[in-house]
Design a protein around this ligand. Structure first.
Ligand SMILES: Nc1nc2c(c(=O)[nH]1)N[C@@H](CN(C=O)c1ccc(C(=O)N[C@@H](CCC(=O)O)C(=O)O)cc1)CN2
Length: 289
């Protein structure tokens, strides 16, 4: 029987209704509208689409947003100057620097400069440390979206063997940490695989939950998947003008128990979790000011 399709778009829409209601309650109670500052450097067309979608999503749930568009030749010093201004601006609750950044800018220097209390991507080392210790302030958007999809699909993570392919800072590393913590959508036995992993297929075939986040189009084939496994595809790749994930969807859906598609899977959930984090940031800033 073909796999159940985990519809990230539908789930994202459902969660956005809940977030809109929470934003409305926050605004009524505090008189403050949560506000996200998005920073886009350069003219990468995909990044421009993602940032536009984030702004639109903010507006739809009642969160304010401002886009700071900087030219591709912007220096690191100029970008840091903007980050410092946004850190000091009390009307800004969340700051998002869209990645990737142009080559002349040192990504870590910029992400480290974002105030940890406004770091709605959860990329700041302080926030990463809190996640590792199991007491998160913000949860990173894509990994949190993956966890929400597992919860809503009813996938049992406690005691399950979760295999994450990919060790990126944005997805693989935080997700591995989050899945092994105590709590909801966690308590899993986690294996992380990467480009140097030996006998990859032997490992992926043991996974009850397989998460592909490697950035290689259609990399995961049916013979890499245990029958009945839940497969979450985090990849976003362009292949022959088409958007495809890291999983060969048509093959793998015949073997898996549940599978998320691309598009319409993790992507919309990433933006939804950003909305949640922006509301959390506004709440935290009120508590600390
Ligand atoms: N500061 C950040 N930069 C980047 C992040 C991030 O979480 N924070 N993640 C990715 C890009 N990204 C969010 O920024 C993102 C990518 C894709 C989608 C999405 O909804 N994709 C749709 C398809 C859209 C299309 O047609 O291209 C889908 O999968 O259905 C949302 C967010 C790197 N940078």
């Amino acid at each position: 029987m073909p796999a159940h399709i985990i519809d990230g778009k539908a789930l994202a829409e459902k969660l956005r209704v809940e977030i809109a209601s929470d934003v409305s309650t926050f605004v009524n109670e505090t008189g403050v509208t949560p506000h996200l500052a998005a920073v886009l450097v350069g003219d990468d067309p995909a990044s421009a689409v993602y940032v536009r979608n984030k702004e639109r999503a903010c507006a739809n749930v009642g969160i304010g947003s401002t886009l700071h568009r900087l030219a591709s030749e912007t220096t690191q010093a100029e970008l840091l100057e903007l980050i410092h201004q946004l850190n000091a601006d009390d009307s800004v609750h969340g700051i998002l620097v869209q990645l990737p950044l142009p080559a002349q800018i040192h990504e870590k220097a910029v992400l480290d400069a974002v105030s940890a209390l406004k770091d709605v991507d959860a990329f700041h080392p302080e926030n990463v440390g809190l996640i590792v210790q199991g007491r998160p302030r913000f949860l990173p958007c894509t990994p949190c979206g993956v966890q929400q999809m597992l919860i809503h699909q009813g996938v049992q993570t406690a005691g399950a063997h979760a295999v994450v392919i990919g060790r990126s800072e944005i997805v693989g590393k935080p997700l591995v940490n989050m899945l092994m913590q105590k709590g909801e959508a966690a308590n899993a036995t986690v294996t992380v695989c990467h480009s140097r992993t030996r006998d990859l297929n032997d490992i992926t075939r043991q996974a009850d939950i397989l998460i592909a986040a490697i950035g290689l189009p259609l990399f995961v084939k049916a013979d890499m998947v245990k029958p009945g496994a839940a497969v979450i595809d985090v990849g976003i790749n362009r292949l022959d003008g088409k958007l495809v994930g890291d999983v060969d969807f048509d093959q793998v859906r015949e073997v898996a128990g549940a599978i998320s598609p691309v598009p319409g899977g993790v992507g919309p959930m990433t933006i939804t979790m950003l909305l949640r984090n922006t509301l959390t940031a506004a709440t935290l800033l009120r508590k600390t000011s």
